[in-house]
Design a protein around this ligand. Sequence first.
Ligand code: NAD
Ligand code: WQD
Length: 336
Amino acid sequence: MAILITGGAGYIGSHTAAQLLAQGEEIVILDNFSNSKPEVLDAIRTLTGRDFPFYQADLLDEGQLEQVFQENAIHTVIHFAGLKAVGESVAKPLLYYHNNLTGTLNLCRAMERHGCFSLVFSSSATVYYLGCNTAPFREDFPLGSTNPYGMTKVYIEQILTDLAASDSRWRIALMRYFNPIGAHPSGLLGEDPNGIPNNLLPYIAKVALGELPCLKVYGDDYDTPDGTGIRDYIHVCDLAQGHICALDYLKDNPGAHPINLGSGKGYSVLEVADAFERASGVKIPRVIAPRRDGDIARSYADASLAKEILHWEARRGIDEMCRDAWNYTLLHRQQN
Ligand code: NAD
Ligand code: WQD
């Protein structure tokens, strides 16, 4: 019996795969490499000393999915596969709705056909980005988003909630990640976006490398102590551990369960840039730029539910997150 990891070659999926293998679990990875590279699979094998079946397959291809379920006894799925660039989703909503929604529907249908009813889904704190919600965000807040990417998460959560209500065999965790950053301490796994990064940490890392001239701080006139946006950053290894705790929880808890995975603590853009300077010893020049569309002033979790029901909490602080991100950046640059 094995755990299927969709999107397991990606940033969060690869860390979770490595952690599951290290704990002795059997896994199968499925990925179409639309936003990842085959080398990541070798890194997981090197790190853990274990092998696993891999399928280069697309969730939009039902035949490929059927083959994965026929050839493996899958008891649980951790579903990371999806497109995630907010700006691109505004430009290409059909691509996002098709990939994320149809992919999830195909996956759930294949699970049902094969009697697999346990699912951990990657949702996002972006589902809270409504004018009426103020941080700390709690799981019972109303949901909505400012962009098509975020709406795919809102819709998928609704579909999975309906599914769980229709059949008590389903056990579904809706994991609402805040801002995952950092990398595996070995430097073998991490985040490696193509082109100019949209997200803060990969952008800062490229500035530290000298590949970009300076950090553009999107707005310094928010209602926050230093005027810049506050986010709840979480180390990707803590996030991976949260999935493993969710698998345990689902064993005894049917239904659909939204759960925040965040630290409960917020850092401003300037505080993150300062922490990265401390970790890297490299100065990060900054310029103030206009606010970015769709951004909000503050996003951080009420992390109490995960603590209560998963017995999980984020352990690693901002300095460790920046240190591991920088370590990965340096090692990865040397490999390329
Ligand atoms: P990622 O892009 O690194 O990983 C996603 C993986 O899914 C990639 O390897 C990609 O090739 C694969 N994929 C995409 N569509 C596919 C398809 N149709 N069939 C097969 N494989 C497909 O992203 P990540 O940062 O690891 O995020 C994982 C999940 O977590 C995503 O669903 C994302 O929306 C969600 N999430 C991410 C963040 C974040 O900041 N990284 C925050 C909240 C939620
Ligand atoms: C963080 C802060 C920016 C870049 C996004 C998605 C969200 C989730 C996580 C998937 C904000 C500021 C950023 C830069 C800056 N992903 N910033 N200069 O926007 O909180 O969340 O990733 O689900 O859906 O929206 O993360 O890293 O882009 O921004 O000043 O070059 O850094 O304005 O305050 P965000 P981020």
